[in-house]
Design a protein around this ligand. Structure first.
Ligand SMILES: [Zn+2]
Length: 411
């Protein structure tokens, strides 16, 4: 048990506005502050903070409490962990040990990440290091994101068993399939973190172009839900809040390269399209979402699917890149040119569907897949977007569609 005096001290030395302000953008209203509620799908700010009373309350979902409750709910941690974190902020050491239900999985991932990271700088990781160099990833980025390497002759099981881990732990942690096969071999490793920065899974990129699949992620575990995870969110969080804007890219390398060039408000889903959960999570941090997917058919389809997941909570824009390019290559070639695309070719969704999305996307799509039949693919997946837009936008779409040589499969 922790002494009540310590709890009171931690509470009185922390200011609730400062604590919540680290996670959410706050707006002053009279004596209070408000923001959009992180605990329910909130379109208008209904989440209020009172500095006088040091409490928060949401008029939408009726959730309320103090700094401890906020941190527990928001980070999904227990009381003791919240107390410890808040104590650290004000220089109060909270003694005692607690273990969350999945603490052993987080610890295992931390250790595995360390092994992969060290391997990258060792002789066995040379191929991985060379690969990252070839992709122009700097040593600083490698260290910031703690990138690693899993060699072909995988030794993870041996190393971990020597440290006292059992085979079941590794299976539960999503590190091996069957009883002995390590999931990541001969791959560059990207640790995947939750918003508070703890490693919950790994992604791996094959270092040659023969290996399939090119990208591989850990299987789901009790701490890793793919559809609710965004790569890079922990590193991007602060910047998204400050700018009120998030850039969404397709892959690990797009994100790393952008980060390296000073764009810090970037996240990437771990597949291609965004999910509803992703949309809800992002809307907690910022108002505007900019989709910067690859200008190829699959990127365009993913962009179209992703728009609908963001529409209800955010102002969504799409960047039209030159056909066949992606953010990674474009930024490398010429950062200022990428900026131009970002500034100029960002279309407001409400300007009309044709100008905003359909026309540029379909134009790019047509350029690359000129066969008439191919047009049906993006049109069909546009269903959810189509039903969410205004009448003038629909008319714009119909207008565009009538110009096409193919009749799109949509009414
Ligand atoms: Zn709420």
């Amino acid at each position: 048990m922790v002494d009540q005096a310590i709890i009171d001290e931690v509470r009185s030395r922390n200011d609730i506005v400062g604590v919540i302000g680290e996670y959410l953008p706050l707006q002053r209203v009279g004596r209070n502050y408000r923001t959009r509620c992180p605990f329910h799908s909130d379109t208008h700010p209904s989440f209020y903070i009172s500095p006088q009373k040091q409490i928060f309350y949401c008029f939408g979902c009726q959730k309320g409490g103090n700094i401890f409750t906020f941190l527990m709910e928001y980070e999904g941690i227990g009381f003791f962990e919240a107390l410890k974190k808040l104590g650290e902020k004000v220089g109060i050491e909270v003694k005692g040990k607690t273990r969350g239900k999945y603490e052993h999985l987080y610890e295992l991932n931390e250790l595995v990440s360390e092994i992969y990271h060290q391997t990258l700088f060792a002789e066995t990781g040379k191929a991985g290091f060379e690969y990252l160099k070839k992709r122009d990833i700097s040593e600083k980025t490698i260290k910031d994101f703690k990138l690693g390497f899993a060699p072909t002759y995988a030794r993870l099981i041996v190393t971990l068993e020597r440290k006292g881990y059992r085979r079941e732990d590794l299976i539960r942690g999503g590190l091996i399939v069957g009883t002995h096969r390590e999931i990541f071999r001969n791959r560059v490793i990207f640790p995947i973190r939750n918003p508070s920065g703890r490693i919950i899974a790994f992604g791996g990129r094959a270092i040659d172009d023969k290996t399939e699949p090119k990208y591989l992620n850990s299987p789901e575990t009790p701490i890793f839900k793919k559809r609710a995870t965004l790569f890079g969110l922990d590193a991007a969080r602060r910047s998204i809040i400050d700018k009120q804007e998030v850039m969404i890219v397709e892959g690990y390398f797009d994100l790393l390269t952008l980060h390296q060039h000073g764009y810090h408000n970037v996240v990437a889903p771990l597949g291609t399209a965004l999910t509803e959960e992703h949309g809800l999570i992002l809307s907690r941090y910022g108002k505007k979402a900019i989709i910067v997917f690859d200008a190829d058919p699959s990127g365009i389809r993913a962009a179209i699917r992703s728009i609908s997941q963001l529409l209800s909570n955010m102002d969504v824009r799409v960047v039209e890149l030159p056909p066949g390019s992606d953010p990674d290559s474009l930024v490398h070639e010429d950062p200022s040119r990428f900026n131009q695309f970002l500034d100029r070719a960002v279309y407001g969704f409400n300007d009309g569907l044709d100008r905003a999305i359909v026309k540029p996307l379909a134009k790019g799509y047509q350029a690359m897949a000129p066969r008439a039949g191919a047009l049906f693919a993006p049109t069909r997946s546009m269903g959810p977007v189509y039903s969410a837009v205004s009448v003038p936008a629909r008319q714009a779409y119909s207008h565009w569609a009538s110009l096409g040589s193919t009749k799109p499969g949509m009414r």
